[in-house]
Design a protein around this ligand. Structure first.
Ligand code: ZN
Ligand code: MN
Length: 440
């Protein structure tokens, strides 16, 4: 028995405006129904105008996932009824998506096939609340029409570890491309795993789609639960059925929601209000040129240019902001005068990694200063430093006298004297502690 897992991931793009209208797409935490217009409210007679940036970002993401970009593409209507979908259909892509047949390599060395990457729009959001003592469902259309990219993989996964690795990679790529915050908890990245179990090495003719997953923890728990549930059914000679199930965190299990609809139930047809898209080679090349250096390439460059280990490279490039911070620090160090300590890239990397430096909390100036101080401290043997402190206290007996009288400010004078002898920058707080120790 072998688990067969495929993933559908929806990533919300952080474009300024929505997919088919000019409303702001920045809806998170905003007052309900303030980012709406006739188009995203699905009012009759309104016409969608596709967001050029969103489409280019979708193609760019497909390119980084090694997809083919077909010359022709179009939008389709996916028809279904739900209160969060005011038009009664979602504009999506059916048989001619922007990107097809890609792949991504995981840390385990395994390659996962990307079936397709397509462009669509998000729905509104249902809010279940109590109003005046009555349980009601409210609808907020701020999210309606926000650009959504759907990335579908081949059923190539057979374990949760690879699934998580894939999701983290996808998250990292979209953040490096700067096209999404990809924050699962905020709903920027939503996924539906398809889980089934093969008993003969072939792809089973059923699959169970799991919904309602909004954290990496739930991904792990829900998939593992499904694998166990289906395996035990098969052991008892029952066949799992094709259905949609939801993860219930309180019950720690998946619960059947509905028997899965076939794609024919959606009665897809070409969107008549948006002309098909035809790409020129020039435009394709232009979009490709927008792709920045991604994490994998950065690791390679860092290990080579800065003589770092692969492990250091991986840690420093996990987030683009940290990688940029590291490189900016190296740049600034080059400008330091020659009579001062110049930390090497390896020393900078070690310091950032070991101390878990947060670029938002520590300025580059502070960072360099701290690294210099730590280098000076470690370059002076403990005994030597203690001897210097002893000598200062002996030469200036008034320091000890005043300190015993409670005049703590005298320590500052002692620090100055020690620094005068060392003639190097040193971590003052550590020095202060050492002097106090000696005084006591
Ligand atoms: Zn709108
Ligand atoms: Mn979708």
């Amino acid at each position: 028995m072998n688990p067969v897992i495929g993933l559908e991931v929806h990533v919300e793009l952080k474009t300024k405006s929505k997919m088919f209208c000019g409303c702001s797409a920045d809806y998170f935490g905003k007052k309900p129904n303030t980012h709406t217009c006739p188009v995203c409210l699905g009012l009759p007679g309104s016409l969608p105008v596709p967001n050029k940036t969103a489409i280019e970002w979708c193609v760019m993401l497909g390119m980084t996932l090694n997809c083919d970009i077909p010359q022709f593409s179009k939008f389709d209507r996916k028809n279904y009824f739900y209160p969060d979908l005011p038009k009664g259909y979602q504009i999506s892509q059916y048989d001619e998506p922007f990107c097809l047949k890609g792949s991504i390599k995981l840390d385990s060395g395994k390659t996962i096939g990307i079936t397709r990457v397509h462009m669509e729009e998000d729905t509104g959001k249902l809010i279940h609340e109590s109003v005046g003592g009555e349980d009601v469902t409210l609808i907020d259309f701020n999210r309606s029409g926000v650009p959504l990219v759907e990335i579908v993989t081949d059923p190539d996964f057979d374990n949760v570890k690879d699934v998580i690795d894939y999701l983290k990679k996808l998250q990292q790529i979209t953040r490096y491309l700067d096209i999404s915050n990809a924050d699962m908890e905020k709903g920027d990245m939503r996924l539906e795993p398809n889980v089934s179990i093969s008993t003969d090495g072939k792809i089973p003719n059923y699959k169970v789609e799991v919904k309602n997953i909004n954290s990496f923890k739930f991904v792990e728990k829900s998939i593992n639960y499904e694998i166990r549930r289906q395996a035990s059914l098969i052991k008892e000679n029952e066949k799992p059925i094709q259905e949609t199930r939801g993860w219930n965190e309180a019950k720690q299990k998946t619960v059947s929601q509905r028997v899965k609809e076939e794609s024919s139930d959606y009665r897809y047809f070409p969107e008549p209000d948006i002309p098909p898209i035809k790409w020129s080679q020039k435009k394709i090349n232009e979009i490709r040129s927008f792709i920045p250096e991604l994490a994998d390439e950065k690791v390679k460059r860092f290990t080579k240019a800065y003589a770092l280990s692969n492990y250091d490279g991986l840690l420093l490039t996990k987030e683009k902001s940290l990688a940029d911070y590291f490189e900016e620090t190296i740049k600034q160090i080059k400008l330091i005068k020659n009579d001062e300590i110049k930390p090497t890239p390896k020393q900078v990397a070690n310091y950032i990694i070991n101390k878990g430096t947060d670029p938002e909390q520590t300025t580059i100036y502070q960072l360099i200063h701290s690294i210099q101080s730590s280098l000076v401290l470690s370059s002076i043997p403990d005994k030597e430093l203690k001897d210097i402190i002893k000598k200062v206290l002996k030469d200036y007996p008034k320091i000890t006298e005043d300190y015993k009288k409670g005049k703590k400010s005298v320590i500052q004078f002692a620090i100055g004297q020690v620094m005068y002898i060392i003639r190097k920058k040193i971590d003052i707080e550590i020095l202060r502690k050492l002097i106090i120790e000696e005084l006591n």
